[in-house]
Structure formats: structure tokens, C-alpha cells
Design a protein around this ligand. Structure first.
Ligand SMILES: Cc1cc2nc3c(=O)[nH]c(=O)nc-3n(C[C@H](O)[C@H](O)[C@H](O)COP(=O)(O)OP(=O)(O)OC[C@H]3O[C@@H](n4cnc5c(N)ncnc54)[C@H](O)[C@@H]3O)c2cc1C
Length: 385
């Protein structure tokens, strides 16, 4: 089916990005994989390509657009090449919507120019060792000082993507206790400078997949956060998370579809070359049926991911729709990539083959940004159940 999401500008961007990936990422990606992260300087290269400023207003150094379509191209091109840009996706997909919707003019002047150039990389810290799905249960606290000039932040976060390299982290913490009628009340968002005293980065976590992204534990001990770094209003953090999670979930859905599409392409190439019992694997009827079924699932996921992108760019994507898109695309991608790996036989289990890395990378899509079970809860609630 003809796609309607990309225009000539997006296709020109795709060409530039593809050439950049071939020249500057593919040759070094194995070294990044072994090191468990991309070098910090690489983010300056991405900034140089204009990747961080696309949706930033021109007055702060960006291109002034308001569309996730260029991010969609990036997902397709990185998956196609079997590479990843480390934790930088979080900087744009997760960090920027909060800055655009919540930062005051003064904060935008301070934060956005350095965001665009990659001088400051951003991450967001919601999850804690004791709570992930149930965010209202978070325990980190930010107590306003007596003179009202700063918050005193204490607590710990875990699984924070980009946590090693981040210069600023949007930390979700309790500034007030929950009320008896609303346990979501009392959470606030603070744009914490990671160079602050008392802020520490713990372990870089050893993950099954996403090997090039720096996922870390963070700890806060009496970190002084100036009141000027509060994002939005005090105690309304949960409401802001609810407003911004749909774009994060769309990004995960689209990335999952793109990974599944890449898996089918890698597998088509592989089965044509591999010979078993004197025939290519592609010659077996089972292989044709498996790949045909995978292709149909990828096409369906692409239609959902594209439609969700259009709705997101139009400002119409609801929380339940975003949850539905994430649930469908990530579950479909999981099925497809598993079947594609099976067609590779033992080689599919070896990290030197892109299908193995895709399998491991894709697994987390059903977990982070809210698990599949949490997506079902959101959809069911919207159905009045
Ligand atoms: C690689 C990676 C990167 C991440 N990056 C970030 C990041 O940058 N920032 C950030 O804040 N967080 C991040 N996370 C955290 C992620 O969002 C959480 O892991 C996720 O929301 C699940 O929380 P949890 O791990 O605490 O699981 P839990 O909440 O402990 O869930 C355990 C199981 O219980 C199920 N469950 C929970 N509640 C219910 C229910 N009511 N009904 C039925 N089943 C239920 C879950 O679906 C799951 O199967 C990341 C995680 C990973 C793995």
C-alpha cells in the first residue's frame, strides 16, 4: 500500500542519513557494541547533522518544525543498517516534549540552544528500584528549602537510558505527599544538572540487548536543585507524564515496526544464500510461508505506526490509541523477529548476525515505556472496563 507519511524533504533526509550511517556508523558499530556505549563525541556529530534541532523553535537554534516524521525516518534507517545511535533517542523523543510544553521562556533560553548542539544531553528518570509500572508509588523526594530558593533532592532511580552521558536529567520526585483521594498528587519534574554535588551515577547496567545505549542507576543525596529548574507547576508531574507518554509510546511502536521490517529484509537475503540438503533455505515451502506471514504482519504494523504518527503530528493521538499502537506493533515485531531468527538456524543466535542483535534489542519494546500489560490496562480503562 502506498504510504502517505513521507514527503520529498523526508526522503532527502533519508538519503543523507543513510550515507552518514554507512560512512560513519557501520564501520565502528562493532566497537561500540563491545564497549557497551557510543562515544560521547558522536552526539556532537548527530547534532551537526541537525538531528537534535528539528523540532526546536528557530529562535533557539532549531529548524522550527513540529513533527515526529524525521524521527520515523531515523528509526527506519538505523534498523535497516542494523545499528543504533545509543541513548540519543531519549534526548529527542523523551526529553524535548517536556521542554517544549513546560519550560518557561527563561528556561528555554537556558536549555534549548545547548540541547540542539548536543552540548547538553538530556534523559528522563521516572523508574525507581521499587517501582516502575506503578509510578505513583515513587519515593524520591524533593523538599523545598526554608528560604524557598532550592529543592533538596534525595532518592534513587534505575534503568535510566542515557544516564551515563546525560548532562541534564528530568527527575520525577515527590514534592508533597499523596492526598487521600489522589495518590498521583505531589509529584514534580526537576531539570537536574548532573554536575550538582550529591548527584551520582551508579552502575552502567549490563543488558540483554541495546548494548550501545548507556542505561544507568542514579542516586541523589541532598542534591540542591534551584527552584528555577522546576519544570511546569509543582505537584502536577503525574499529569505531565500522562500528557507526554503517548509520544514516547508512538516512538517505541514505530521503532518496533521498523526493526521487524529490517528483520524480514535480512532474512530474505540470508535464506537465498544458505544451502541445506542441496537447496537454498528459500526453496522450502515453509520458508516462503513463514516470510509471507511475517511480511503481512509487518505491513499491518506499518499501517498502525504510520497512522499513529499522523495522529501524533496532528495533536490527536490519545493515550489509549498510543497504548494500542505500542501494544500491537511491539507484540507483532516480537513474533516476526522470532520467526525470522528461526529461519537463520544457529547463525541467528550469533551476535555477528544482525538478526540476533535485533532479537535482543527488540525484546525491551514490550517492557519499557510501560509494559504490554500496562498498555492493556490503559485500553481497557478507555473501554470503560
Ligand atoms: C533498557 C531499559 C531502558 C529504560 N529506560 C528508562 C528511562 O530512560 N527512564 C525511566 O524512567 N525508565 C526507564 N526504563 C524503565 C521501564 O519503563 C520499566 O522497566 C517499565 O515501566 C516496567 O517497570 P518495572 O521494570 O518496575 O516492572 P514492574 O512494574 O515490576 O512489573 C513486573 C511485571 O508485573 C506486571 N504488572 C505490573 N503491574 C501490573 C498490573 N496492574 N496488572 C498486571 N500486571 C502488572 C508488568 O507488566 C510486568 O510484567 C527502562 C527499562 C529498560 C529495561
Amino acid at each position: 500500500m502506498r504510504r502517505t507519511v513521507f514527503n520529498e524533504d523526508h526522503e532527502a533526509f533519508r538519503e543523507t542519513l543513510r550515507a552518514f550511517i554507512e560512512a560513519e556508523v557501520v564501520p565502528v558499530h562493532d566497537a561500540w557494541f563491545a564497549a557497551g556505549q557510543v562515544p560521547r563525541e558522536f552526539y556532537r556529530r548527530l547534532a551537526g547533522l541537525g538531528l537534535f534541532g528539528i523540532n526546536v523553535p528557530e529562535e533557539y537554534g532549531g529548524a522550527g518544525l513540529d513533527s515526529h516524521t524525521f524521527e520515523a525516518v531515523q528509526y527506519e534507517e538505523t534498523a535497516r543498517a542494523g545499528v543504533s545511535f545509543g541513548g540519543s533517542g531519549v534526548h529527542v523523543l523523551l526529553g524535548l516534549p517536556y521542554l517544549k510544553s513546560l519550560a518557561t521562556d527563561e528556561q528555554k533560553r537556558r536549555f534549548l540552544p545547548r540541547f540542539v548542539t548536543g552540548e547538553d544531553m538530556w534523559a528522563i528518570a521516572m523508574t525507581e528500584p521499587g517501582t516502575g509500572s506503578d509510578l505513583a508509588g515513587m519515593r524520591s523526594t524533593a523538599r523545598l528549602s526554608e528560604d524557598g530558593t532550592h529543592y533538596v533532592l534525595n532518592g534513587a532511580k534505575t534503568f535510566i537510558t542515557g544516564g551515563v552521558h546525560a548532562d541534564r536529567v528530568i527527575v520525577c520526585a515527590r514534592t508533597a505527599a499523596p492526598t487521600s483521594g489522589d495518590r498521583r498528587h505531589g509529584i514534580s519534574l526537576l531539570a537536574v544538572d548532573t554536575r550538582s554535588e550529591g548527584y551520582s551515577v551508579g552502575r552502567k547496567l549490563d543488558k540483554l540487548g541495546l548494548r550501545t545505549s548507556d542505561t544507568a542507576e542514579l542516586a541523589f543525596t541532598d542534591v540542591k536543585v534551584p527552584v528555577e529548574d522546576l519544570l511546569g507547576e509543582e505537584n502536577r508531574g503525574f499529569h505531565y507524564l500522562g500528557a507526554n507518554l503517548p509520544s514516547e509510546r508512538w516512538g517505541i511502536a514505530f521503532n518496533a515496526y521498523a526493526q521487524a521490517a529490517a528483520a524480514v529484509r535480512f532474512t530474505q537475503e540470508y535464506v537465498r544464500e544458505r544451502t541445506v540438503f542441496g537447496r537454498t533455505v528459500a526453496d522450502f515451502q515453509n520458508t516462503k510461508f513463514e516470510l509471507a506471514a511475517c511480511k503481512a504482519e509487518v505491513d499491518a504494523a506499518q499501517a498502525v505506526a504510520d497512522r499513529a504518527l499522523e495522529a501524533l503530528d496532528a495533536g490527536e493521538l490519545t493515550a489509549a490509541e498510543a497504548a494500542g499502537a505500542k501494544l500491537f506493533c511491539t507484540e507483532a515485531a516480537h513474533r516476526v523477529i522470532d520467526r525470522c531468527l528461526q529461519l537463520h538456524g544457529g547463525y541467528g543466535y550469533m551476535n555477528e548476525y544482525p538478526i540476533a542483535r535485533l532479537y535482543a534489542d527488540n525484546r525491551v519494546n514490550r517492557i519499557y515505556g510501560g509494559t504490554s500489560e500496562v498498555m492493556k490496562m490503559i485500553i481497557a480503562k478507555d473501554m470503560g472496563l
